[in-house]
Write a protein that binds this ligand. Structure first.
Ligand SMILES: NC(=O)c1ccc[n+]([C@@H]2O[C@H](COP(=O)([O-])OP(=O)(O)OC[C@H]3O[C@@H](n4cnc5c(N)ncnc54)[C@H](O)[C@@H]3O)[C@@H](O)[C@H]2O)c1
Length: 249
């Protein structure tokens, strides 16, 4: 099914775009007409090929989005190549399970750096171009785990609560520039990252706790993100949408 060209003329930067949810978001924004900048630690070549093979414009940038120098360089490259940055989807994230005894300061810092610092750093990296364009859409990935509260995720929940606070605060600062900022929280979603840390039997229990009794897939997020990054969402800012199949709380 071909999507409407709601994002024609926009440049969309998506982090963690090499696989999983970020790959689905990048593909969906590209199919809707955006030029896509796919950023990942590992060269997101497959994501870019999926778009360029069907005649879309997309480039891959390899960067660690928790690193100030690498995010600044990525922002400079977007400015050099396209002279604009209309959409930023801060999706890159990690979710290792550690209880408080296993957690040390280094692990804590790494999770906070990848999941939260990265969103700040990427905003700083693209903001000059976004402001100059007088129009912008920022979406920060959070997680419904902030309320479902699985054991062994205190570091992750702290970072994902941070994503919501950052989005809510930034919405105020950027509204005068025509830029909206929102957060989107998936439920447990079947991605390569999830398969690495969740035993298969845990997945069904999550599905049964939702109103919609099946596990989320990356494509379950793309409609919400397409809306929030479109013209239609101009009056929606500072919000958090849990696109989580109606998880019972
Ligand atoms: N899958 C889920 O169940 C779920 C649920 C709620 C929220 N989320 C959130 O959705 C986002 C994506 O999750 P996913 O399941 O697709 O993960 P994933 O592990 O399948 O993919 C994440 C991608 O991000 C990249 N990445 C990781 N660290 C990076 C860094 N420092 N710099 C650049 N790229 C980096 C990885 O290389 C990978 O390609 C995360 O923010 C996660 O917290 C996921």
């Amino acid at each position: 099914m071909s999507a409407f060209q709601t994002h024609e003329g926009r440049v969309a930067v998506v982090t963690g775009a090499g696989r999983g949810i970020g790959q689905a978001i990048a593909r969906s924004l590209g199919e809707r007409g955006a030029t896509v900048v796919a950023i990942d630690l590992r060269d997101p070549v497959e994501t870019v090929s999926q778009l360029t093979d069907s005649g879309r414009t997309a480039i891959a940038l390899t960067a660690d989005v928790s690193d100030p120098e690498q995010t600044a360089a990525a922002g400079a490259e977007v400015a050099r190549r396209f002279g604009r940055a209309d959409i930023l989807v801060n999706n890159a994230g990690i979710f290792p399970f550690w209880d408080i005894d296993e957690l040390d300061y280094e692990k804590w810092r790494r999770v906070l750096a990848v999941n939260l610092d990265s969103q700040f750093l990427m905003v700083k990296a693209v903001l000059p171009e976004m402001k100059q364009g007088g129009w912008g859409r920022i979406v920060n990935l959070t997680s419904n785990s902030i309320v479902t509260a699985a054991p062994g995720l205190s570091h992750y929940m702290a970072s994902k609560m941070g994503n919501i606070g950052f989005s809510r605060g930034l919405a105020n600062d950027l509204a005068p520039f025509g830029i909206t900022v929102n957060a989107v929280g998936p439920t447990l979603t079947i991605t390569p990252g999830v398969r690495e840390v969740h035993p298969p039997e845990a997945l069904e229990a999550v599905a049964q706790a939702q109103a919609i009794k099946r596990n989320g897939q990356p494509d379950d997020l793309v409609g919400t993100i397409a809306f929030l990054t479109s013209d239609d969402a101009a009056f929606v800012t500072g919000q958090t949408i849990m696109a989580d199949g109606g998880y019972a709380r």
